[in-house]
Design a protein around this ligand. Structure first.
Ligand code: FNR
Length: 392
């Protein structure tokens, strides 16, 4: 790669990989079972091609969006990711700080390393909070209240994780929380003792494997053992159904989104439950392997919600400015990035996350000019060719 800085998101990933111990790195890269859905997420962006509007004056381009009445300087939001403290001691402070500087949203995972209260104290936001669907009202109500007290502007309920995905990759690398030397990981540790030592120091210097919200709520919300990686199912209580979503709707006054929507039927059900937005997502391919690519699921969700005023976001496989434009053309108001911001964090802490956002924003601005669009709201289905095989 010579002396050139990271040119794109894949370069940031390569830096993170080079610097990191393989155990935490492969946790971020990991996906469920055969990675079919994860690969599909990435490939779908190549299958959709662009149709520019040339002969447009694109001197003044504006990549801002309006979401729930707030203007954001970017259509790229940071997705909730659990326990970034295992990548870098600054964890969410780096992600939320970079998001704030870029004028976009940072979504605090229920399984965050630093508590949402501490993140809000350090980072002016906008912050959203993501809730996992485990247990009953006693498990999740304290988290909804905590998010409200911390000033989070929207609540995201992740529906695709009643139990943990089958991440065989994590088992093979010997990634466990807390870290344990095992037959699976001994080879890696012995080959790269410097990286392993750096990782252990990272864990000691920051929140490590702690989950900040547990101490503040006094309840685990089903998270007491999120990262006994191989024993997910045994610990989660998958009892969250329509009644629980209705209760969350009553508890939360602000914008409510559900994350993990991949079909028109699910989108309609969510709408009927009174949500304000849906996130078309398959959890980055980390939950049910066999789900369609997020981009491929987007058109049917957009059609199902057309005219209802429900906001649509998409995540899964966003690595380029053109990926963002394709998702917006097919009906998303905004997108989220999961792995990319965590790679930036692992590579260089806060400046690494800044770099990820700067790369995407530079690409988006250039791509808008090349596409002949001045504002992101101008984008529509006429700007893309979708494979005929995508009909639903
Ligand atoms: C996640 N994701 C996730 N989602 C969620 O709702 N709550 C969470 O705590 C987490 N944790 C988490 C950790 C890590 C390391 C990753 C990579 C992902 C899923 C995340 O929000 C998002 O849906 C995907 O990451 C999007 O796909 P890309 O951008 O990673 O391809």
């Amino acid at each position: 790669r010579g002396g050139v800085g990271p040119l794109n998101i894949d370069d940031v990933r390569a830096r993170a990989r080079k610097r990191s111990c393989a155990l935490p790195f492969s946790y971020v890269d990991s996906a469920a079972e055969d990675f079919a859905t994860h690969r599909a997420n990435l490939r779908a962006f190549d299958e959709v091609t662009l149709r520019p509007d040339l002969l447009t004056d694109v001197r003044d381009r504006d990549r801002s969006i309006t979401l729930f009445g707030r203007t954001l300087a970017s259509p790229v939001l940071l997705a909730p990711t659990g326990m970034p403290g295992i990548q870098h001691a600054d964890a969410e402070f780096a992600g939320a700080g970079a998001a704030h500087a870029a004028g976009t949203v940072f979504t605090v995972s229920m399984a965050s390393s630093h508590s949402v209260t501490r993140i809000a104290e350090r980072c002016p936001g906008p912050l959203w909070f993501q809730l996992y669907p485990w247990g009953n009202a006693d498990d999740f109500t304290p988290y909804v209240e905590l998010a409200a007290r911390a000033g989070c502007e929207a609540l995201v309920v992740t529906l695709d994780t009643p139990v943990g995905g089958n991440r065989e990759a994590d088992i093979r690398t010997g990634f466990t929380m807390p870290p344990r030397l095992s037959r699976a990981n001994a080879g890696e540790v012995l080959r790269h003792p410097v990286r392993f030592g750096r990782w252990i120091r990272t864990l000691a210097a920051g929140p490590g494997i702690a989950m900040g919200n547990i101490a503040e709520t006094g309840v685990t919300g089903g998270m007491n053992a999120v990262h006994q990686a191989t024993k997910f199912e045994a610990k989660f209580v998958p009892g969250f159904s329509a009644a629980e979503l209705a209760l969350v709707r009553r508890l939360w006054d602000g914008p409510l989104l559900v994350k993990g929507i991949t079909t028109a039927e699910q989108a309609r059900r969510a709408r009927a439950a009174g949500v304000d937005g849906v996130i078309v997502s398959n959890h980055g391919g980390r939950q049910l392997d066999g789900l369609p690519a997020s981009l491929r699921a987007l058109p049917e969700v957009a059609e199902a919600l057309d005219g209802t005023g429900t906001e649509i976001l998409l995540d899964g496989g966003i690595r380029r400015g053109t990926d963002v434009l394709k998702a917006l053309a097919l009906g998303a108001r905004a997108v989220m990035i999961g792995r990319p911001w965590v790679w930036g964090l692992a590579a260089a802490g806060r400046p690494g996350v800044d770099t990820v956002l700067r790369i995407l924003h530079t690409e988006i601005e250039r791509d808008m000019a090349l596409m002949g669009v001045r504002t992101l709201a101008d984008l529509g289905p006429r700007h893309v060719n979708v494979p005929a095989a995508w009909a639903y």
